[in-house]
Structures are given as structure tokens and as C-alpha cells.
Design a protein around this ligand. Structure first.
Ligand SMILES: *[C@@H]1O[C@H](CO)[C@@H](O)[C@H](O)[C@H]1NC(C)=O
Ligand SMILES: *[C@@H]1O[C@H](CO)[C@@H](O)[C@H](O)[C@H]1NC(C)=O
Ligand SMILES: *[C@@H]1O[C@H](CO)[C@@H](O)[C@H](O)[C@H]1NC(C)=O
Ligand SMILES: *[C@@H]1O[C@H](CO)[C@@H](O)[C@H](O)[C@H]1NC(C)=O
Ligand SMILES: *[C@@H]1O[C@H](CO)[C@@H](O)[C@H](O)[C@H]1NC(C)=O
Ligand SMILES: *[C@@H]1O[C@H](CO)[C@@H](O)[C@H](O)[C@H]1NC(C)=O
Length: 636
């Protein structure tokens, strides 16, 4: 029987299972796969899910309920969520499950809203999230083979799962909760290792902690290689694909690996991500609607990725490394049906109309967009440059090292590290500073005696010119732009990974300053200001890494807003101690940063801190707008 015939037959069977009236639910809730009728069974009745992805780690806790309600009102019956390991165990052995990390609260809100949950606890998640959700401390073993049966990796995974999965167990549908299925790993077939022993270990861990009943599944891309390496006996094989794919080709492929059971598209792409330097991605609403309708009419269960994208706050964005390193932008709007700020879009209404053809959608109005406000311009003042503020930013002082060490070696995993040494000889002519092995991960901002000289950038700028006198202080501030989250290069160490060469000299004898910028800002700096004077007032240069501060006057309310840094070059912004993420309007496409209203104070001056890495505008001011600008046409 050829695949097309097989496909037609199985879809007929699947449709059939929706017209047969099955036994009414008995007392205990059950969720399972019916391999005879090719569908899911919920409480004994055929069940098709219409789901959307939402990542609690990309939305402030305050707004979880709002986003979930909007998803419910669209007619979804389920949500699909990732658990980012590194968000909960940022420091090895220290687990966070409160506040924005309160996974159980999120599950509870989803349950109260009437949404089932498809849980994807990794341990690797991709998700365009820093290191695909793996904690960077795993890289302390330099040659660790991530996502494999490497014993050190497996040990860390088993410690984590032993912490996480027991919390999950009471939330399984069969135990009275709302989690109907649990994904093991994530698109594992796309990874080079193709290590079945690893998948068998994970399978065993998941069964041990979650029991024999729960539906465990895998998700892989639409190629044979991916399905071969990503699937495993005992884990239900699903597939993912977007609007450019032929539906029957893709589901036929799923059928070859999973001859019976429901058709499932675990990631139907409603939009796409942006990297810095990309055009802003958009996926056509009509294509999304048409394909969603086609899949639902075949009886397939579908999860829309993303339904609500949210934001890569702080340093949580991931990166890709194909031909070169490309970092993901701060916004994870994803051109999804709910915008980054949680507003219903035309795409959402179109999707609701499609769902209406199959299932009744809840009565009542769609909750409106949250109110936005254009608070206007705020002028900032210079605080000082990083070099002059080291006492406050690096309270523990530097590490001495003959050769540079990585972020992982000095156990600072995110943000910025300062590498300092002296010029070994006088350079009267501009002399090349070279990263011969492309070892700058990811950007290095170079100053000599406080005068900014330029930058090195991974894969693109491996040489720059420097002048100065023997003994002058050479400061190199290195920025981690987010670890690679996909492919074979996820062992993405940060900092200076190899020696720098200046002219003919290998630079040695470094002082390496771990910088706790976020800690200082969370403790009120620089607005408390007292420990640090403002020496930079002496210098009117606005080049090189430099802090700025200002305050947004309270208005009596705290509405969502968008921060535009027109004329600024590249950097990081905090508001009231919270790290909003990176800005880089010159490279784009993103032009504004989303500020959730609850981060603002209605009654106190709001503290803005900016770390500009290259060059601030003549007049250092920022603009609070009432709408997002995510594409390059909005630069001016
Ligand atoms: C989920 O919600 C249902 C219906 O409101 C409730 O009966 C059940 O106890 C909830 N489950 C949990 C684990 O809170
Ligand atoms: C998908 O592929 C099948 C079989 O190759 C073909 O018959 C069908 O027309 C294609 N569908 C679309 C929408 O291109
Ligand atoms: C940094 O600040 C110090 C102290 O005020 C100053 O000497 C130095 O020139 C500054 N560097 C730059 C690049 O402005
Ligand atoms: C701004 O910073 C000051 C000084 O650290 C602090 O007292 C105040 O509470 C901060 N404002 C807000 C809204 O957090
Ligand atoms: C500092 O400002 C003065 C007056 O505006 C100007 O003449 C001088 O060139 C500036 N110096 C630098 C380093 O930008
Ligand atoms: C870019 O932004 C402009 C202005 O907001 C908008 O009209 C346009 O549709 C956007 N283009 C893309 C590709 O997003």
C-alpha cells in the first residue's frame, strides 16, 4: 500500500472515531491514545486538541491569567508549555519555583481557566531560549556531550528531573490535574548525536516519576532523518511543520513512524522569530487559517507555535549558529495571534473563526488589549563608564590569570565580563588586535586608558586597530549575546575563549572582573548613587561602554508602554531594577522594548538605567511610546 492510500485510509478512520459515540466518562479522569480508532481518548471519548504555545518564562506572572483567558476565549482547549531548566536551576543545586518561576501556579491558572496542558519539560527545549534551556554550568566540564548519555550530563539531568517531575505528577490528567501529555526531549532527531541510549534513559526517568499511564510523546521536524533519530518505541511520535509544508506529505511521514494513533502537528508555525539584522518575520494570516482548517478537518490535533510569544527579558534570548552566529532579538512577539504585549490581533480573530467551524467557542467578548500609554521623553544623565565603576560592579575584585578564562570558568554565566591587561609595548602606528581563533564570544568593546578604540565581534570582526604607550591599560568588556539554542554548536562557551594577539605579542597577565551589574541595579544602584560618584562628568566622550540613568515621573497609573532608544547604538536597559533586555536599533529589526505596566510604579519615580556599549546620542534621551515597533521601517 503506498503512503497516500495509507494516509487516506487512516484519516477516514480518524474522522470515524469522532462520530462514534463512546462510553460516557466514569468517575476517574483518563487520557490515553486509542490505536484502533486513531485518536486521543479523554474520559473514554475521542478527543482532538486545538492548542497554543505560551511560555510562562517570557511573560510576567501578573499577566499569566490575562493571556490564558484570551487563549481560552479564542476557542483553544489546551496550551503547550516548555519548562526551561536554566530558568529554574540557574545556579547548580539551587531551585526556583516561586514568583515568575512558579510553574505550579501557572498550571493552576490554566486549570482554572479551563485549559488542558501539553507539557514539554525538556530537559532540552530549544525555544530560541538561552542554550535551549540547558544551564550554562553544564559547560564547566569542557568536553561534555550535551543531549547524550554522557554520564555527567545524565547525572545533572536526573538530579533536575528528580526535582521537577514529582511536582508535575499530581498535575497529570489521570491524577486529577490538567496535563494530558508530556513531551520527552525536543526535536531530538535534529541533533547530531542520535543517541538512543540517552532517549531510553529519559524514557525511563519519565516513566519512573510520572507512572505508566501518562501519554509520553516526541516531536520532530518533517524529515526522515529527524524522525529516525528523534523517535523511540514507547514514546508517541508527532511531527511539526509550518505553512510552507504539504500537510499530507508531513502526516504521511508521521504515519510511517507511528502507523496508528492520532495525527499531531506539535508545532504549527503561526509566525517566526527574528535575529538581530533580519527582516521582521511575518507569516500570512490566510495561510495559517487555511492550513489550520485543513488539519482540523482531518481530525488532527494541532498546537500553534506560538500563540503568545512574549519577551526574552534579561539575557534569556538564544542564538543560532548556521553560517555564522546570529543572536535572537529581545522581543519574542513571533508575529503570533496574541502580540508580545498580549493583545488580540487579526490573526487571532481569523483563527477563532476557523475553530468555530469545528467546536463552539466560549460565549462572551474577547478580553481587550491591555491599555498602553505614551509617557513621552525622559532625558538621561551619564553615570560613568564601566572601567570607572568597577568597585561597585565587581565587589569581589578580579581574578588574575596568565591567559584569558571563559565566563564558565569564572562561574559568571550571563551578561558582561571585563578583561584587563597592559599594552606590552608602545604602539605609535595603529596596530592590529586580533582574535586569530575567532575566540571572542560574542562581542568585545576595547578601550586603552579609558579611550574607546572599537570592537571585535564573533565571526564578523576578528581584527581591529589599537594605539597606545607601553603599560597603558587595555580594557576589554566582553558581552555574552545569548548561547546557541539549536544544532551541534550548543556547547557555546562565552568570553575570551582563546588568546588575543596585539601586533606580534600574545596578550597575557589578565585581570578578569566578574561583573554583577544586575545585582548592583537590583540593590538600587545607580539611583541610590552614593557609593559611586559621577566621575564621568569630567569626560564628555560618549563612546564606549557607559552607564546612563534617569527617572520617569509617576503618572498615578502604571500602564504598558514601549521604550524606544532612537539614536542609541547597542546595549541593555533596566527599569526599577528589572532587566528589560537588549536594544540594538542600528542592527534592528526591533526598535522598541516592551515594558509591562506592572513593572512601573504609579506613585514613585521610576528608575531607568541604560548600559550603552558603543555610542549614545548627543542628547541622551529615551522615548516611552504606546505601540511596538518591531521592524526596520520604524527606525527614525
Ligand atoms: C482543575 O480544575 C477542576 C475544575 O475546576 C477541579 O475540579 C480540579 O480540582 C482542578 N485540579 C487541580 C489539580 O487543581
Ligand atoms: C500535497 O501533496 C500531495 C501528494 O504529493 C498532492 O496530491 C497535493 O496536491 C499536495 N497539496 C498541496 C496543497 O499542494
Ligand atoms: C572612564 O572614566 C574615567 C574616570 O572618570 C575616565 O578617566 C576615562 O577617561 C573614562 N573613559 C571614557 C572612555 O570615557
Ligand atoms: C528607585 O530607586 C530608589 C533608590 O534606589 C529607590 O528608593 C526607589 O524605590 C526606586 N523606585 C522604584 C519605583 O522602584
Ligand atoms: C568635549 O566638549 C568640548 C566642548 O563641547 C569639545 O570642544 C571637545 O572636543 C569635546 N571632547 C571630546 C573628547 O569629545
Ligand atoms: C513595519 O512597520 C510599519 C509601521 O508600523 C507597518 O506599517 C508595516 O506593516 C510593518 N512592516 C512589517 C514587515 O512588519
Amino acid at each position: 500500500m503506498n503512503n497516500v492510500t495509507k494516509f487516506v485510509l487512516t484519516s477516514v478512520l480518524c474522522l470515524a472515531c469522532f462520530v462514534i459515540n463512546t462510553v460516557a466518562a466514569s468517575g476517574t479522569p483518563t487520557f490515553s491514545i486509542d490505536y484502533k480508532k486513531n485518536c486521543f481518548l479523554k474520559d473514554g471519548a475521542p478527543f482532538q486538541y486545538v492548542s497554543g504555545s505560551i511560555h510562562y518564562s517570557r511573560i510576567p506572572r501578573f499577566y499569566w491569567k490575562d493571556r490564558l483567558l484570551k487563549m481560552y476565549m479564542t476557542g483553544l482547549n489546551a496550551i503547550q508549555i516548555y519548562v526551561p531548566w536554566n530558568y529554574h536551576e540557574t545556579v547548580q543545586g539551587v531551585y526556583k519555583f516561586t514568583g515568575d518561576q512558579d510553574l505550579e501556579h501557572f498550571l493552576d491558572l490554566a486549570n482554572q481557566t479551563g485549559l488542558l496542558v501539553i507539557l514539554r519539560p525538556g530537559p532540552y527545549i530549544c525555544a530560541e531560549w538561552e542554550m535551549g534551556g540547558l544551564p550554562a554550568w553544564l559547560l564547566q566540564k569542557p568536553n561534555i556531550i550535551l543531549r547524550s548519555a554522557d554520564p555527567d550530563y545524565l547525572q545533572a539531568v536526573s538530579n533536575w528531573l528528580a526535582m521537577l517531575l514529582p511536582k508535575i505528577r499530581p498535575w497529570l490528567y489521570n491524577n486529577g490535574g490538567n496535563i494530558i501529555s508530556v513531551q520527552v526531549e525536543n526535536e531530538y532527531g535534529s541533533y547530531f548525536a542520535c543517541d538512543y541510549n540517552y532517549m531510553r534513559h529519559l524514557h525511563a526517568f519519565f516513566r519512573f516519576f510520572l507512572g505508566e499511564d501518562v501519554v509520553l510523546f516526541t516531536t520532530d521536524g518533517n524529515t526522515d532523518r529527524e524522525m529516525i533519530c528523534g523517535t523511540l518505541q514507547g514514546l508517541y511520535a508527532t511531527i511539526d511543520f509550518g505553512t510552507d509544508t504539504n500537510i499530507s506529505t508531513a502526516f504521511n511521514r508521521q504515519r510511517r513512524f507511528e502507523p496508528r494513533g492520532p495525527l499531531v502537528n506539535s508545532e504549527f508555525y503561526t509566525g517566526w522569530l527574528d535575529h538581530w539584522g533580519d527582516q521582521h518575520a511575518q507569516v500570512d494570516t490566510q495561510k495559517v487559517s487555511k492550513m489550520l482548517g485543513d488539519m482540523l478537518s482531518m481530525g488532527a490535533s494541532v498546537n500553534m507555535y506560538m500563540f503568545e510569544g512574549g519577551t526574552n527579558f534579561g539575557y534569556w534570548n538564544g542564538a543560532d549558529h548556521d553560517s555564522r552566529f546570529r543572536s535572537v532579538v529581545t522581543s519574542y512577539d513571533y508575529n503570533a495571534p496574541l502580540s508580545e504585549a498580549g493583545d488580540p490581533t487579526a490573526k487571532l480573530l481569523a483563527i477563532r473563526d476557523v475553530i468555530k467551524r469545528f467546536y463552539p467557542v466560549p460565549e462572551g467578548p474577547m478580553p481587550p488589549a491591555t491599555p498602553k500609554f505614551a509617557y513621552g521623553f525622559v532625558t538621561l544623565q551619564k553615570v560613568g563608564n564601566v572601567s570607572s565603576l568597577l568597585d561597585g560592579l565587581s565587589p569581589q575584585g578580579p581574578i588574575q590569570s596568565q591567559y584569558p578564562q571563559t565566563f564558565e570558568e569564572i562561574k559568571q554565566y550571563y551578561g558582561f565580563v571585563l578583561y584587563r591587561t597592559k599594552l606590552p609595548r608602545t604602539l605609535t602606528e595603529p596596530t592590529p588586535l586580533i582574535s586569530p581563533l575567532n575566540g571572542v564570544h560574542d562581542r568585545a568593546y576595547v578601550s586603552v586608558n579609558g579611550v574607546y578604540q572599537g570592537l571585535l565581534e564573533r565571526d564578523t570582526t576578528l581584527v581591529m586597530k589599537v594605539t597606545g604607550q607601553a603599560g597603558d591599560q587595555l580594557d576589554i568588556l566582553v558581552e555574552n549575546m545569548g548561547r546557541v539554542n539549536f544544532g551541534s554548536r550548543i556547547n557555546d562557551h562565552k568570553g575570551l575563549l582563546s588568546n588575543l594577539i596585539l601586533g606580534k605579542d600574545v596578550l597575557t597577565d589578565w585581570l578578569i572582573y566578574s561583573l554583577d551589574i544586575d545585582g548592583a541595579i537590583a540593590n538600587g544602584w545607580p539611583h541610590t548613587g552614593l557609593k559611586c560618584s559621577f566621575p564621568a562628568a569630567a569626560s564628555n566622550s560618549s563612546d564606549g561602554p557607559m552607564f546612563y540613568m534617569g527617572t520617569l515621573d509617576p503618572t498615578g497609573f502604571a500602564w504598558d508602554t514601549f521604550l524606544k532608544l532612537r539614536g542609541w547604538t547597542k546595549g541593555q536597559v533596566w527599569i526599577n531594577g528589572v532587566n528589560l533586555g537588549r536594544y540594538w536599533p542600528q542592527r534592528g529589526p526591533q526598535q522598541t522594548l516592551y515594558i509591562p505596566g506592572p513593572l512601573l510604579s504609579p506613585s514613585q519615580p521610576n528608575n531607568i538605567t541604560v548600559l550603552e556599549l558603543e555610542r549614545a546620542p548627543q542628547e541622551p534621551r529615551v522615548l516611552f511610546m504606546d505601540r511596538a515597533q518591531l521592524n526596520n521601517t520604524e527606525k527614525s
